[in-house]
Design a protein around this ligand. Structure first.
Ligand SMILES: [Zn+2]
Length: 96
């Protein structure tokens, strides 16, 4: 297992220098526990009682987040769902 996962590969995350550099912890190797290998996970939650992690794509996090709200350790939750929104805006035109 590699421990060097905090630095994005060149060209992968560097979209605009005006944005504050944000280090994403979830990578393409993190897959949704519900979808399986077909979907990248953008949210990782840690269960309070067991300490186990669950990975979700945006769709499944939205589906289960209200069921999980009392069961997860919110301090350990990683939510990088905003990556999708940012990516779409940068790819699309400047509407505003
Ligand atoms: Zn999913």
């Amino acid at each position: 297992m590699s421990t060097v996962a905090t630095t994005p590969k060149p060209g992968q995350q560097r979209v605009a220098d005006s944005n504050a550099p944000k280090v994403y912890k979830l990578t393409a190797l993190d897959r949704c526990d519900r979808c399986g290998p077909s979907s990248q996970a953008y949210v990782r939650v840690t269960m309070k009682e067991t300490g186990h992690d669950l990975l979700f794509c945006g769709h499944h996090y939205n589906k289960f987040k209200f069921d999980l709200v009392d069961l997860i350790d919110h301090d350990k939750t990683i939510n990088e769902y905003d990556r999708l929104d940012t990516g779409n805006r940068l790819i699309g035109s400047e509407n505003s």
